[in-house]
Ligand binder design. Structure first.
Ligand code: NDP
Length: 289
C-alpha cells in the first residue's frame, strides 16, 4: 500500500501544493489550524486530521507550508519524537539562518530536513514557470523527486540548508527593488496626470530590455574587471541619478527609493573609483561583511 504524505498548513500555498499532489494520485493527510480551510481538500479525497499529532501518525514524508519560521517551530516541536527517522520538507519562507537553525534542530532529533523556497504563486504551482529551490538533505531531495517535480522545476542547491532561502531572498531583493523603481516612475508621470496603465506600456519593455545587461554586470563582478571596456562609469551614473532625483523632487515625488542607490555610488566616488564601471557598487554593498 502507498504511504500517505502529510501536509501541515493549508493556506493559499499549502492548499495549492496539497491539491497538486492529490490530483496526481498521492494519498494525503492534511491538517490546518483553522479546520474549515481543509474542507475542500477533504471533499476531493484527502484525509483530514484534527490535530498535528493525528496528521503524522502512520504517514511518511511531512510537507510543511506555514506562515513563518515561528509557526513552523510551534507546529513541529511538540511532535518531534514522532517525526524522528522521517523526512520533513519545509516550504515555508525563511531566512538562510532560520533554515540552518531548523536543520540543526531537526538533525538533533533524527529528522531529515529538506528546505524549499518557492519561486511561484499558488495559481502557478504545477504549471510552466513554477520553480522551487531545495537545499539540505540530498537524500530527501533524491527520494522525493517525483513529488517535488509535480509542483514545478526542482533544483537542488546543496547540503547547506540555508542555500535555498539564500537564493530566494536574494532574488526577491531584485524583485522588490524593481517594483519600487516602477512605482517611483509611475508617481513621477502620475504627477502630471499620466495613468500608471499608460506608463507601464513603455516601462515594462524598457526594463525587460535592460535585464539583458545583467549578464555583463555578472561577468564584470566575477572577473573583478571594473576598468574593462564598454562600462558605464560610476561618475556617469552619479550624474544620471542626481538628474533623476532632481526631476523627482521637482515633480513633488520623494527621492527615497533612489537615495540609497545614490549613496552607494557616492561612497565609491569618494573612495576614488569614479572611472570604474557602475557594477563596482557590488563592492560597496558587500563591504558591510
Ligand atoms: P497564508 O497566509 O495563506 O497561510 C498561512 C498558513 O499558516 C495558514 O495555513 C495558517 O493557518 C498557518 N499558520 C499561521 N500561523 C500559524 C501558527 N502559529 N500555527 C499554525 N498554523 C499557522 O499564506 P501562504 O499559504 O500564501 O504562504 C505560506 C508560506 O508559503 C509562507 O511562508 C509564504 O512566504 C510562502 N510562499 C507563498 C507564496 C504566495 O504567493 N502565497 C509564494 C512563495 C512562498 P490558518 O489558516 O489557521 O490561519
Amino acid at each position: 500500500m502507498t504511504v500517505s504524505t502529510t501536509f501541515l498548513g493549508l493556506g493559499a500555498m499549502g492548499s495549492a501544493l496539497a491539491t497538486t499532489a492529490l490530483d496526481a494520485g498521492h494519498r494525503i493527510v492534511c491538517w490546518n489550524r483553522t479546520a474549515h480551510r481543509a474542507q475542500s481538500l477533504g471533499e476531493r479525497g484527502a484525509v483530514l486530521a484534527d490535530s498535528v499529532e493525528q496528521a503524522i501518525v502512520g504517514t511518511g514524508t511531512v510537507v510543511v507550508c506555514l506562515f513563518d519560521v515561528t509557526s513552523v517551530r510551534e507546529v513541529l516541536e511538540p511532535v518531534a519524537t514522532g517525526l524522528s527517522g522521517r523526512t520533513v520538507i519545509n516550504l515555508t519562507t525563511t531566512t538562510p539562518d532560520q533554515s540552518r537553525d531548523l536543520a540543526r534542530w531537526a538533525g538533533d532529533r533524527g529528522i531529515d530536513l529538506l528546505d524549499g523556497a518557492i519561486m511561484a504563486v499558488p495559481e502557478t504551482i504545477g504549471g510552466p514557470g513554477s520553480a522551487i529551490f531545495y537545499s539540505g538533505s540530498a537524500e530527501g531531495f533524491a527520494q522525493h523527486r517525483q513529488l517535488l517535480d509535480l509542483w514545478g522545476e526542482s533544483s537542488y542547491l546543496g547540503p547547506d540548508a540555508g542555500m535555498a532561502a539564500l537564493y530566494d531572498t536574494a532574488m526577491l531583493a531584485g524583485m522588490y527593488a524593481m517594483f519600487a523603481g516602477f512605482l517611483h516612475g509611475a508617481a513621477m508621470v502620475g504627477s502630471e496626470g499620466v495613468p500608471a496603465g499608460e506608463f507601464v506600456r513603455r516601462q515594462a519593455p524598457f526594463l525587460a530590455a535592460m535585464t539583458e545587461q545583467l549578464a555583463d554586470y555578472a561577468a564584470t563582478i566575477d572577473e573583478q574587471d571594473y576598468l574593462g571596456p564598454d562600462q558605464q562609469s560610476l561618475r556617469f551614473t552619479e550624474t544620471a541619478l542626481s538628474t533623476v532625483m532632481q526631476a523627482s523632487t521637482g515633480q513633488g515625488v520623494t527621492d527615497e527609493v533612489l537615495k540609497p542607490v545614490h549613496d552607494l555610488v557616492r561612497r565609491q566616488l569618494a573612495a576614488g573609483f569614479g572611472e570604474h564601471g557602475t557594477a563596482r557598487m557590488f563592492e560597496e554593498l558587500r563591504s558591510a561583511r
